[in-house]
Design a protein around this ligand. Sequence first.
Ligand SMILES: Nc1ncnc2c1ncn2[C@@H]1O[C@H](COP(=O)(O)OP(=O)(O)OP(=O)(O)O)[C@@H](O)[C@H]1O
Ligand SMILES: [Mg+2]
Length: 445
Amino acid sequence: MPSVPAPAAPPPKSESALLRNAARALAPLLLALGWWQRDRAAVAVPALVAGGAAAATAVLAQRSRMGVAASVRRATVEAEQARERALDAASAHSARIQAIVDTATEGIVTIDSAGRIDTFNGAAERLFGYRAAEVLGRNVSVLMPPPHCDDHDGYLQRYLTTGVRHIIGIGREVAGRRKDGTTFPIELSVGEGWIGGQRFFTAVIRDVTERKEMQTKLGQAERLAAVGELAAGVAHEINNPINTIINCAQLIRDGDAPDDNCLVIQEEGARIAEIVKDLLQFARDDSDRPQPTSIFEVVQRTLRLVGENFKRHGVDLTVDVAEDLPYVKARPQQIQQVLLNLLINAKDALLQAGGDDRRVWMSARVDGYGVQLEVADNGPGIPGHLGLRIFEPFVTTKRARGGTGLGLSISKSIVEGYNGTLDVESEPGQGATFRVWLPLVERGD
Ligand SMILES: Nc1ncnc2c1ncn2[C@@H]1O[C@H](COP(=O)(O)OP(=O)(O)OP(=O)(O)O)[C@@H](O)[C@H]1O
Ligand SMILES: [Mg+2]
């Protein structure tokens, strides 16, 4: 906005300068009077001086009134200019913020405390397929698939009354719903703020479809690699019942009673079928939906695959997992993948250390509203220079022997995908303990 120039104000004068001017104006008059009536001067001069002072005071008062008016005018103009500058700055700032919001590559959606959408930027339009005008003022639950869309108002209300946070300030992976009804995985982080006494929430939304697909592919590749690793043990496992079957068949041919032998053949055949089924199920893709999963069953299936492998390497495996543990919500073969990686890592660490006393403990128990699964070994522990970097992709000490360093990073993303955690505790030389925590199936799942 153009600014208004200030009118030129009279140059300020000090009080002493004004007095000097008044005295200068009265001096000739005083001199003339003194010459004309010298004897009366004794009386007249003080009177004249007093009159002069009064005149000077009047001049001063008028000048000072003019000065005050000018100062007020000047201050008013300056205040107006400052206000315009502040308005210009505020509108430039708000234009900049708007441009940032509009050009952000992540979806930005703000809602008020009733859940109504206030802001819907360009990236959010592209992600959800709505124009901003279609959703502004509507409840944010239009962007969520069931059951979350039905829960959201209750969740917001609970937060406003209790202050207990589930997503606000934390962020997590959830599903979004497009205008056409399709859903897609998003990473959501929500912040809270106040403007003019009104509470609002800002959601930053990132589409993680590609990342999820990549993770799934990596997970499958890693799982197939584990199948390869297990193949020798599984072949050995299958070899025992096959030999038994061959022997039984030979006995029958040699004239032995067929009934008992046939029973053994049946049992051993069933054992082989079970192992093959476990292996196929593990290798299968995991695109089916998460389901109530028994940790006990996953552990049993995993043991059928690695049991023989551990025995062959002289690793003593102790298992303490109760059958009646409550279920967690997951894809069973993904949890099996996590468990297998932890067990194979423990076995590798023990073999690498070269000691004779090779032990692994696996246990599970209810912990809070989840199940905690522990895999511990008495091996060399996590190398000190690696620390928590073991959870990063491609960090491995087994590259020479075909290790990819993906096992733990994939395991962690699988577990975190179910809102669980994967941690480790280890001292060099004191073994390592890995802990997986998975939330229990919620009612209604
Ligand atoms: N129980 C353990 N004891 C000691 N070190 C371990 C243990 N588990 C993992 N590590 C260390 O963490 C590294 C990373 O493990 P991760 O499972 O991610 O990859 P990897 O086992 O090396 O390769 P991959 O799993 O692809 O075969 C291992 O190379 C090893 O150095
Ligand atoms: Mg591994």
